[in-house]
Design a binder for this molecule. Sequence first.
Ligand SMILES: *[C@@H]1O[C@H](CO)[C@@H](O)[C@H](O)[C@H]1NC(C)=O
Ligand SMILES: *[C@@H]1O[C@H](CO)[C@@H](O)[C@H](O)[C@H]1NC(C)=O
Length: 412
Amino acid sequence: MLLFRCLARAFLFASVALALTISHPQVTRGSINLSFGDLTIKSGSFWSIFDNNISIFKGDIRVKKNAGLFITSTNKLIGLKVELYAGKGSIKNEGLIVFNSLVSLTPSFYKLIGKSFTNKGEIFLISSGCALPTAALLAPKWKNTGSITFYQAKRNNGIVSLGSPGSKIENKGQICLFNQLYKQTTRIVGSGCITADQDSSVFFSNCLMDIDRKQTVYLADSKSSVRAVAIAKPRTFRIAGFGNGNKIGLDLPLFKLLSSPFSYNSRTGILSLRIKGNWGQDFDIGLGYDSRLFKVTTDTSLGLLSVPWGAVKYEGPVPNKQIPSNCRPCKPFPPAPTTTTTTKACSPKSTTSLTTSKTSSPKPTTTSTTSNAQTTITTTWTGTTTRTITETDTPGGTDTVIVEEPTTSNTQ
Ligand SMILES: *[C@@H]1O[C@H](CO)[C@@H](O)[C@H](O)[C@H]1NC(C)=O
Ligand SMILES: *[C@@H]1O[C@H](CO)[C@@H](O)[C@H](O)[C@H]1NC(C)=O
C-alpha cells in the first residue's frame, strides 16, 4: 500500500515536471496538445505550428535569443486561441514570438497570464480583426525592453490589455498598435514608447495610477487618438506626432461656462483640457502649434464610449515631424517558417540559417508581383532576422530580385 502510494506520488511528480525543449527547427501541422508543461526554445531553433485551433500552455514559455515560436492559422475557419493559464508559468522572450490569425474569419483569442512577463525580443500578436478578438499579456510583474506589436487588419471593439489591473507595467521598449485600442489599467513606468498607427487609440482609463512622464504616445497616422479620464489633479502625458486631425480627449464633454475648455501654452508646448475648475488633463504635445487650429470635436473611435465634444483635434500638420528618440520603428511581422530544410551558410560564423519556400505571407506591407512570370519567394530565417527574397523570372526577359529584410534589428 505504502509502495503504491509512493509510486503514485512519483508518477504525479513526473507528470507535473514535464517539459519540452526545442533545440532543432521544427514544424508541426494540425492539432497538438500544448498543455505539457514548460516550453523552452533554444537559440538557433524554432517551432512553427500551423492550424492548431487551441493552444493552451500550462507552464513557462521561454524563447531564447535567436529562437522563434510561431503559431499560425492558414484556415479561415481557425481563429487561433492561445492561452497561458493563470498561475501556471512565466513568459520570458528574448527571441521572436509570432501568433498569426490574420486569415481567419472567426475571432482570435490571445490571453497569456504569466506569473511574470519579460520581453527583450520581439512579439507579434496578429489578428484579422473579425468579430471581437482578445489580446492580453497579463502578469503582475511585467517588463518590456524589446518590441511588442498588436496588429489587426481592421478596428473593432476589442481591447489590448497589459499587466494586471492595479499593478504596474515597465515599458522601456516599444509597443506598436495597428487598428487597436489599448486600455491602460496599471501604473506605467519607464521611458518607452507606444506607437498608435492605422486608426489606433490609447485610453488612459485609470489616471489615479502613476504614468511615467517620459512614457511617450506617438501618433503615427492621422486617425489615431488619445483619451484620458479627467481628474482633479491633472497629469501630464507626453504625446508626439499630434496633428492632421488626431484627437486628444477626456471621458467627459469639454464644456466650460465662462472660458475655453482647452488652452495651449506655446512656451511649454502643453495642451490643457479642462471641464470644470481644474479638472482635466495636460498633454505635452511639443512646440510650434498654432492655437487657431485646435477645434473641439467628438472621438468616435470603436471600442471607446463616444463622448460628445469630448476631444480636441488639430487641423494643421504636425509641427515637429521628428519621431522621438525613444520611439522605434514598428516593423512588419515576419512570416512563419514552413519547412525545416536548413542550408548551412558558408560563412566563418556558424549561424544556423533556414531556407523555406512559402506559399503566402500576409504582411502589413506587401510587394506586388508580376503576372505571367515565375515568382519564387524564399525566406531565410536566422533567429530574429528574417530575410525574404522574391525572385521573379520572366521567360525571355530579365530577372528581378527583391530582397526584403523586415525584421533586421534597428539601430537606435
Ligand atoms: C492535453 O494534455 C494534458 C496533459 O497531459 C491533459 O491533461 C489534457 O487533458 C490534454 N487535453 C486534451 C484536449 O487532450
Ligand atoms: C476550433 O475550436 C472551437 C472551440 O472548441 C470549435 O468550435 C471549432 O469548431 C474549432 N474549429 C476547427 C476548424 O477545428
